[in-house]
Design a protein around this ligand. Structure first.
Ligand code: NDP
Length: 285
C-alpha cells in the first residue's frame, strides 16, 4: 500500500482563507481582531516563528502587535506587559513565544495570561476545561492535527489511537482530543516498554517526540494513519519528522509529510483562536 499524503499546506491555506472572510465580517461589524506576540531575547528559531505569525496575521487582516524585548527583561517586566495586554480592548490574543530566558519562570507567564485571550491554549485552566469537555482554546498544534484528520475524512470513533509523546502542549491535548472523538487512546513516552509493539497495534499514530525518524516504517501497521508532528533538522540540513517517512508511507493508508504536514496547521489554528476570541469579546460568536 502506498499512503495518501495529507497535504497540510493546502488544508491550512483553506482554513486561512476562511479566517480572512471571518475577519472581514468582524471588521464590518466594528470588531478588528488583534493578536499580540511577545518575544524575549534573540533565539533565531523563535524569531522565525514570530515573523511567520506576524505575516499570517497580515495576510488574513488580523492586527498583529509585536513586542521584541531584550534578553535582560525581568520576569516582573514581562508580567507587567502581559497584564497590560490582558486589559487592552484591541488585543484578543496574547501569545508569549517560548522558550523564555532561563531567569523567567514560563509557568508564571502562562498563568498570567487572561484565559479569555489564551489563544495558545497553554493555561492550566484552558487545559482543565479541555479535560472536562468544556469549550476552551485548544493548543494550536494538536487542534491542527484533529483538523487534518477531519479534512481527510478520517473518523476516530472506535479507532485505536496511539499518541507518542506526553508534553502539555502537544501529546496530552492530542490524547484528550482523540478521546473526545471516541477513540480508544494509548499514550506512550520515554519510559514505555515495547514501543514498536504499541505502534504496530494502532489504527492511528500521532507522533510528537522530537527524535529524528525514530519511528521506523516497519513499526507501522498495514493501513494505519500516521500523523508526524516532529520537526527535526538533520546534520546535513534536511528537515525530517519523528517518523521514517519513506518506509512508513509504504505501509500507511495516509501520512503527513515533514515539512508540509502538521507544521502549517499550527499557525492556521492560532489565527482561528484569535478570531474566535475577537468574536466572543464582541458577543458575535
Ligand atoms: P517535548 O520535548 O516537550 O516532549 C517530547 C515527548 O516525547 C515527551 O513526552 C517524551 O517522553 C517523549 N519522548 C522523548 N524521547 C522518546 C523516546 N525515545 N521514546 C518515546 N518517547 C520519547 O516535545 P513537544 O511535544 O513540544 O514536541 C515534540 C516534537 O514536535 C518536536 O520535534 C517539536 O519540534 C515538534 N513540534 C512541532 C510543532 C509544529 O507546529 N509542527 C509544534 C510543537 C512541537 P517523557 O515525557 O517520558 O520525557
Amino acid at each position: 500500500m502506498t499512503a495518501k499524503i495529507i497535504d497540510g499546506k493546502a488544508i491550512a491555506a483553506k482554513r486561512r482563507a476562511a479566517v480572512a472572510v471571518r475577519v472581514a465580517e468582524l471588521k464590518a461589524a466594528g470588531v478588528a481582531p488583534g493578536l499580540a506576540v511577545v518575544i524575549v531575547g534573540a533565539d533565531p528559531a523563535s524569531q522565525v516563528y514570530v515573523r511567520n505569525k506576524h505575516k499570517a496575521c497580515e495576510e488574513t487582516g488580523i492586527h498583529s502587535f509585536s513586542y521584541e524585548l531584550p534578553e535582560t527583561t525581568t520576569q516582573d517586566e514581562l508580567l507587567a506587559l502581559v497584564t497590560e495586554l490582558n486589559a487592552r480592548d484591541d488585543v484578543h490574543g496574547v501569545l508569549v513565544q517560548f522558550p523564555l530566558p532561563a531567569h523567567i519562570d514560563e509557568d508564571a507567564v502562562i498563568e498570567a495570561i487572561d484565559i479569555g485571550k489564551d489563544v495558545d491554549g497553554f493555561h492550566p485552566e484552558s487545559i482543565g476545561r479541555l479535560v472536562v469537555g468544556k469549550d476552551t482554546f485548544v493548543s494550536c498544534t494538536p487542534a491542527g492535527v484533529m483538523v487534518l484528520l477531519e479534512e481527510s475524512g478520517i473518523d476516530l470513533t472506535g479507532k485505536d489511537v496511539l499518541v507518542l509523546g506526553r508534553s502539555n502542549n502537544v501529546g496530552k491535548p492530542a490524547a484528550l482530543l482523540a478521546l473526545a472523538r471516541n477513540a480508544t487512546v494509548t499514550v506512550c513516552h520515554s519510559r514505555t516498554r515495547d514501543l514498536a509493539d504499541h505502534v504496530r497495534a494502532a489504527d492511528v499514530v500521532i507522533v510528537a517526540i522530537g527524535r529524528p525518524e525514530m519511528v521506523k516504517g516497519d513499526w507501522i501497521g498495514e493501513g494505519a494513519v500516521v500523523i508526524d508532528v516532529g520537526i527535526n533538522r538533520t546534520e546535513d540540513g534536511r528537515l525530517v519528522g519523528d517518523v521514517e517517512f519513506e518506509t512508513a508511507k509504504e505501509r500507511a493508508s495516509a501520512i503527513t509529510p515533514v515539512p508540509g504536514g502538521v507544521g502549517p496547521m499550527t499557525i492556521a489554528m492560532l489565527l482561528e483562536n484569535t478570531v474566535k476570541s475577537a468574536a466572543r469579546s464582541a458577543g458575535v460568536e
